[in-house]
Structures are given as C-alpha cells and as structure tokens.
Design a binder for this molecule. Structure first.
Ligand code: COA
Ligand code: AMP
Length: 630
C-alpha cells in the first residue's frame, strides 16, 4: 500500500482502519466498539475491549514461542555493567516484582511513582505496575525534590519505587535524600518507598516506611496480569506547560497498545525479533513509548542505555552500541548528534565500528536542523528520519513512514501526517492557511488512538489548554507550515515551552522561581539558541528599589534556585540584571523580540510597544553581556 492510500484509509474509515490494527494484539476480550465518546465528549478507543498491557508485551510472547529471545539489554558505560533478559526472564522478574507491589497494597487503579535512573529495574517496575492494572507515573531522575513533591501531590501514589542513586558522568546522584525531602514537602504521604540499593551508593533506610527491593523479592509470590478496560489508564506522565504546575498526561491502555504496535512496523519498519534502540530516558515520553512499550508489544529487543552519546567514554558510544547489539533502528534527539559532531566532526570514531546492521536513524524531541540532518546522513550514509510528536500523543504525529513508503526527504521537515492524524495550519481566527504560510498547527478531532483525553484529575485544564482556542481541533502549541507538497515544517512553540537538550521545560515555571527572590521586582525567562542543546534558558531580572545585591551575586543565587527547584537539567546559567524590559502598553513583556535579538534574527517591534527606546537599550545590554554574538 502507498502512503497516500494508507493515510486516506485512516482518515476516511477510522473505525475500520483501527479495528484492523487492534486485531494484531492479544486481547482478553477483543473490542467490538472501536470509536465512541467519553463523558467529556472526547474520543475513546476500543471501549469494551479487555486486556492487560504487560500481558500483551511479555506473557503473550512467552506463550507464543518468544520466551528465549532477548527482550531487554542493559548497557551502562557509566558503571561498566551489562546484562540481558530473555522474554521469559523479563516476564518472571516483572511478575515477581508485581508480587512485591501487591504485597504492599498496590491494587488495580492505584497509582505508583517510579523515580529511577536508566536501569532494567525501572522497566521492571513500570511493567509490574501495569501487570496489576495499576497506574505508574515515572518521574525523570534529573528532577529535583520539589518537582517530585509536586507530582506526588498531584498523582497521590500509594508507593514510590526508587533506587539509591543515578550515575552521571563522573558524578553519583543520590536519589534517596531527594525522595525523603520530596515526601516531607508533599502533603500526600505515600505508604512505602521501595528502594533498589545500587553498589555505587548505599542509601539509608527509614524503618517501616522504606522497603529494600531485594529483601522484598524473597517473600514475594509472582502476580498474574489483571484485566483492565482498554480505556483504563496505564500511566500518567507529567509534562511542562506554561506554568509551574506540570500537566499529568493520562495514557489509556488499549489505544496506546494499538497505536504503538502499529507504529513499530509503519513508522520504524521493524519486525518482531529486531533490535530497536531509543537512546532516551524512561522519564520522558520517548522512553515510555520506545524504550519500554512499543518494542516489547512488537516482540523486539529493546536497549536500556545508561550513558550519554559522548564522554561515556567518547563520541563513538552510539556506534559501539549499534554494532554490539545489532541495532536495526536507533532513535535519539538531534542534540545527541550535535554533541557527537562537536566532539568528532569528521566521525572518525565511526571507522572503528561496523554499523551495517543499522537501517534507519530516527530523531525527535526538537527540530532537526538541516546542518545536523546533513551531517548525520553524510557521515553514516543511513536514512535519517525527523518525526514530530508530543508527550500528549505518545507517538509520532508526522513522520516519513519507513514501513509504508519512504518518501523523498526535505531537510527541516518532519514529512507527512502519520495515518490517523489530520493536521491543519490555522490563522489566529481559526481559518485554514494556504500552503507555505505559517500558523498554528492543530489536529482535527477526534484524535487517533494513544492520544490523551484529559489531564489527570482536571478535564477543564485539558479543555482550556488544548481545545478552546480552535473549536473542533486540538492545539498542539507548535507553529509552522505545510508546503505545496504536503510536507510539514515545525518552526517552534507558540507558548512558553522550550526544549533544552531534547528536554521539555517551561520558562513560565522558571520565571515563577526567579520572581520568588526577594530582590527581584520583575523578571522574564526566554529560550535562546544553543549550538548543542538547541535552546537554553536565559533570565532577565529587574531589581526592587533599594535591593542591596550585586548583579553577579544575584545571578549566582537565581541560578542555584532554579537548579534546586527544577533540577540541573534546566541549564539556566545566565541571568542579566536590566533597568527595564521592553513591553507593550498593556504591560506584556516582549519575550519574542528578546529571543529574536538574542538569536540575531530579524524582528518587528509591535506598534503597541510602550517605549520604542527600550528595545535599543536591551539590545545594548544583551550585547555587552555576551548574549548576542555578532
Ligand atoms: N539525573 C540527574 N542529573 C541529570 C540527569 C539525570 N538523569 N540527566 C542530566 N542531569 C544533569 C547533568 O548531570 C547535568 O548536570 P551539571 O549541570 O551538573 O553538569 C545537567 O543535568 C544537564 O545535563 P544534560 O542536559 O544532559 O547536559 P550534559 O552536558 O551532561 O550532556 C548531551 C549534553 C547533549 C550529551 C545530553 O544532554 C544528551 O545526551 N542529550 C540527549 C537527551 C535526550 O535523548 N533527550 C531525549 C528526549 S527524546
Ligand atoms: P515532548 O512532549 O517532550 O515530546 O515535547 C514535544 C515538543 O517538542 C513539541 O511540541 C515540539 O515543540 C518539540 N518537538 C518534538 N519533536 C519535534 C520535531 N521532530 N521537530 C520539531 N519540534 C519537535
């Protein structure tokens, strides 16, 4: 089937299309209802189907002769450890850990927070929660105690599952003090903390509340899969919005499994038995979908990589993993390849490895800039596929579908809509825009399987944030255009969300933190271009009258506050003290103009500006502080 035929079928006959895809999975009770609406009027998929995602991902394969095939490979250059699990071994480990969770009271529908580094046990914990029909909420290990506490209060977990530490380059990150602090900060108190002691650092344990993972295994009896409805939640994953309160994206079981299984063949062109490597972290949506669920649902081997693209030990790390495990497709953020290019511009290290097994390189998480695309394509000689997606969808919205029909590549474009997604570009009044005209990128409702239907515990927030701007459409928050051939170009966010090294962060949240400093009268944070990380945040602060602090001291304190409140991954390193900020007459800070000045882009000062001289003034300050490079 051609791309056009496949896409047309999905849009014209969505129920038929998705019923066919659902038939590829091992349901306890196959769905007869394919598309219906929930109590909020949102699409719900496969409403009367019964299933268990862990069963589909593990037990089904063991029953069907895949028990001895490798399911998971753990490779950790930072600890120099490696291990492997067959499907049978992974199923048994997951069933036993599910028994531990059950013993400590986890039941169908309960929530469990998983705060772990990139180790096999993180995946075991997620699948064990799913096995019990419970709901996991994985928190990225780079987030601070404060961020963890916010998530604990929102998702109200019965338990927290964690490890004693994460291992970064030349640095051990102790997790337990952060978990302890988060539980002190949070109003909701989880009943237990189950902790895996890693040999790099032994955490101290609190009597009664804290449970040692290994000790608990001794008394646990393996637990069976619990049947859930397709529409029951599998997980809640928090993502950044425009404020300090992250949004809990709710993923269902059925739509998620069907979309992800389909994506493995349609988007990634993988067959059961192939090795797939998503070089991401389970704390992000890419990790959920493509380290854990999709490869296992499809019967592939997945790789859990605890390392970086560079410095673990060098810029040949990716090529080493590809060769060592016979990886057929790799998926990473463009920032990873920019980091490799910076350290090994001629890709000399590639000559040490044979990567013939690799068929395609996929990238997402931020715009794949044409120079990074060209470099990766030229140096590897492999097709490089940019695809666009969001935590909210859980899988690609727009891609070059390698398993359907590989279309000609246009650098800078994520190619064409994935079957199921009806992408439109609208002007601010909701009118469709002609080809090559930039506007708001929206998705026509109903959304296909796997997409969120609400924000955890707060449908109004979902409706206000995504559905009200353009009635009948989901607002993606991204801007861009579709060209004359139907190719989509994503040009950036239209809100306060930035992507730092492929990590989605909120400048609004950083502003709230800076504003809390007692010397700061007013502030703003913008994302500026960074040659490796894509974007990094930069703050601007106005001092309160009479504030007695030097600019350098204030910067040090504000940088430390953001690091403490969000985590090191926020990468806010510069805060510039300014006498005033350019604003509109109604008092709106001209953030876009600030960003354009910093990025040396052309800009238009809006006619509503309060004082045009403020723009020239800030430009001078940004130049003298080294932010604007001529
Ligand atoms: N736990 C604790 N701290 C973490 C962490 C984690 N899981 N991940 C990152 N951090 C810390 C780092 O140690 C660093 O701290 P520092 O400021 O004290 O050095 C800080 O957060 C910033 O980390 P990072 O953005 O990863 O910068 P880096 O310089 O260490 O590495 C790259 C740069 C480009 C190599 C790295 O960001 C990378 O591999 N990016 C790809 C990310 C990715 O795949 N994202 C995918 C989502 S699809
Ligand atoms: P996340 O929810 O963390 O996956 O981040 C989603 C956001 O990352 C999107 O809304 C985009 O702004 C950006 N993004 C993801 N993939 C791409 C891509 N291929 N091209 C451009 N931007 C992307």
């Amino acid at each position: 089937m051609s791309y056009q035929q496949e896409y047309k079928h999905s849009i014209e006959s969505p129920e038929k299309f998705w019923a066919e895809k659902a038939a590829d999975l091992a349901w306890f009770k196959p769905p007869s209802s394919i598309l219906s609406t929930d109590e909020n009027g949102m699409a719900q998929w496969f409403a009367d189907g019964e299933m268990n995602t862990c069963y589909m991902a593990l037990d089904h394969h063991v029953k069907n002769g895949r028990g001895d095939q490798l399911a998971l490979i753990y490779d950790s250059p930072v600890t120099e450890l490696k291990s492997r699990f067959t499907y049978q071994e992974l199923r048994d480990n997951v069933a036993t850990f599910a028994g531990v969770l059950k013993q400590y009271g986890v039941d169908k529908g309960d929530t469990v927070i998983v705060y772990m580094p990139m180790i096999s046990e993180a995946i075991i914990a997620m699948l064990a929660v799913a096995r019990l029909g419970a709901v996991h909420s994985v928190v990225f290990g780079g987030f601070s105690a404060h961020e963890l506490a916010v998530r604990i209060d929102d998702v109200q977990p019965k338990l927290v599952v964690t490890a004693s530490c994460g291992v970064e380059i030349n640095r051990i990150i102790e997790y337990k003090p952060m978990v302890d602090e988060a539980i002190v900060l949070a109003k909701h108190k989880p009943q237990h903390v189950i902790l895996l002691q890693r040999q790099q650092c032994i955490a101290s344990m609190q009597a009664v509340r804290d449970i040692d993972w290994q000790d608990a295994l001794f008394s646990a009896r393996p637990a069976d899969c619990v049947a859930v409805k397709a529409t029951d939640p599998l997980y809640v994953l928090y993502t950044s919005g425009t404020t300090g309160k992250p949004k809990g994206v709710v993923r269902d079981n059925g739509g998620h499994a069907v979309a992800l299984k389909y994506s493995m063949s349609a988007v990634y062109n993988l067959k059961p038995g192939d090795v797939f490597w998503a070089a991401s972290d389970v704390g992000w949506v890419v990790g959920h979908s493509y380290v854990v669920y999709a490869p296992l649902l499809h019967g592939c081997t997945t790789i859990v990589y605890e390392g970086k693209p560079v410095r673990t030990p060098d810029a040949g790390a990716f090529w080493r993993v590809v060769e060592e495990y016979n990886v057929k497709a790799i998926f990473a953020a463009p920032t990873a390849f920019r980091a490799i290019r910076k350290e090994d511009p001629e890709a000399k290290l590639l000559a040490n490895y044979n990567i013939d097994c690799l068929e395609t390189i996929f990238m997402a998480g931020e715009r794949l800039d044409p120079p990074t695309y060209e470099w990766t394509f030229k140096k590897t000689g492999k097709p490089v596929v940019d695809h666009w997606w969001q935590t909210e969808t859980g899988w690609a919205i727009c891609a070059n579908l390698m398993g359907i029909e590989a279309l000609p590549v246009k650098a800078g474009s994520a190619t064409k809509p994935v079957p199921g997604f009806n992408i439109q570009v609208l002007d601010p009044y909701g009118k469709p825009l002609p080809a090559n005209t930039q506007g708001a990128i929206v998705l026509k409702l109903p959304l296909p399987p796997s997409c969120l239907a609400t924000i955890w515990g707060n449908f109004d927030r979902f409706s206000d944030g995504y559905l009200t701007e353009f009635p009948g459409y989901y607002s993606s928050g991204d801007g861009g255009y579709i060209d004359e051939d139907g190719y989509l170009f994503i040009m950036g966010r239209t809100d306060d969300v930035i992507s730092v090294a492929g990590h989605r962060l909120s400048t609004g949240e950083m502003e709230e933190i800076l504003a809390a400093h007692n010397a700061v009268a007013e502030c703003t944070v913008i994302g500026v271009y960074d040659s490796i990380k894509g974007q990094v945040p930069v703050g601007f602060a106005l001092l309160k009258d009479g504030a007695d602090i030097s600019a350098a001291a204030l910067q040090t304190e504000l940088v430390a506050m953001v690091r403490k409140e969000i985590g090191a991954l926020a990468c806010l390193k510069q805060v510039i003290v300014v006498p005033r900020l350019p604003k509109t007459r109604s008092g709106k800070i001209l953030r876009k103009v600030l960003r354009q000045i910093a990025d040396n882009e052309e800009f238009t000062v809006p006619s509503t500006i309060d004082d045009p001289a403020s723009v020239a003034e800030i430009k001078d300050i940004m130049r003298s502080s080294g932010l604007v490079k001529e």
